[in-house]
Design a protein around this ligand. Structure first.
Ligand code: FES
Length: 108
């Protein structure tokens, strides 16, 4: 097993949030989403993440900033060392890594 260090944005306001760091064990091929789910299961059940299809790249609900780049957490792979995770920058923040990504039409 290898260890990734995930530095994760926490909070429901961009002004009052903070980063928290978690270590997560992984095997080659595990995704960032796999690591986030493990953190929720074993370290912090309050961590807000969103996903639906889980590794199928269909729902697009797991989009976030991974080391500053917009990526799908279910596609991006864990690696050893520090990985910074932030909510999408141009969408309203709901909490932690979850933003409101619905278009106005979908809210009707
Ligand atoms: S969980 Fe559906 S695209 Fe990532």
């Amino acid at each position: 097993m290898k260890t990734a260090h995930l530095k994760i944005w926490r909070g429901s306001s961009r002004e009052d949030g903070r980063y928290e760091e978690f270590e997560v064990a992984f095997e080659d091929g595990d995704s960032v989403l796999d690591g986030l789910v493990r953190i929720r299961l074993h370290q912090d059940p309050d961590l807000a993440i969103r996903f639906s299809c889980f590794n199928a790249n269909v729902c697009k609900e797991c989009m976030m900033l991974i080391d500053g780049n917009v990526e799908y957490a279910c596609i991006a792979k864990l690696r050893e060392g520090l990985i910074q995770l932030d909510p999408l920058a141009n969408s309203p923040l709901l909490r932690d890594l979850v933003t409101d990504t619905l278009s106005p039409k979908e809210r009707l």
